[in-house]
Design a protein around this ligand. Sequence first.
Ligand SMILES: [Zn+2]
Length: 311
Amino acid sequence: MAFKLFKTGDDLYEQGNELIKRGEFGKARDILQKSIEREGGVNDVAAAMVALIDVGKAQSNPGSYQRLMEALKACSERGFVFGLTDVDRDELIQECALTARKLAALAKGTNRDSKMEAAQELQQVAQDFQTQMGDRTLVIPEIFRKDSTVTGTTEFFNLMATSYEMMSEATVWDDPSQAAEYEQIAMGYRQQNGQSGEANANRIRQFANTSKCWLCGRVATGEGIHFFSAPAEVSGALEKESAGGPAKSSPADGQHIYICRACYTAVSNRADDISRVYFDRGMAELRATEARLQAEIAALQSQIAFARMGR
Ligand SMILES: [Zn+2]
């Protein structure tokens, strides 16, 4: 098969595949490129292999998957051997299309609204991974990351979990208990995929934590988001005074108090302003000292020059 296709480029093709077997993808790419130039066509297997190597170098770039899909669609063979892996052209096209959609959805979720939208798209991709690929192993992680555990089904669980985590991130600002529910669902998907879901459990705990601000007395739910634990000296008498009521104003360690986000940001913004004044004053003094030293150096230099002239 390869002989008929490659003629003079055939040796180069064989050489390229040997390099791929050894994991030397960069060198293999150069050789395969030469084979394409010698044969003069882009519809051969070597072009698809070059595009596949390029995906390996840029696995998080949707564009590289698009280019590989184009090369595969132009490829006249239904399959080829890449190093030690048998690659089915149409199956790899399917894997590329799904992966490109996944990456595009993940890249989209930058603000709260787009996160919700991206999460919905991700769920659609997850279901398509499940129905189109099922338990089939993904070829790209297998070749480039030596990971043959990634299948259509594991991608389904992973992406469903990620989708609910994105929804949690999008809602936690306004509604931490809703965010905790999303984390619960995400944890379920992670566990079905053999992961611990510990990060989800930690976030559920944080989101459900409620405190009363030591400074203003407001009740806030969602540790690390709507309130923070700040270092402070809490004497026994103060602790006794603030105890009681459903929400605590300090943890039990006597070294921290709970502050709501509004008080926390007000205090730290003010502290930043104050330190900026001291910083500016310090810098001004430093510059004045530098200018004085420069002037003294210049005076000394001219005295030295004068002394030399007199010799
Ligand atoms: Zn407060």
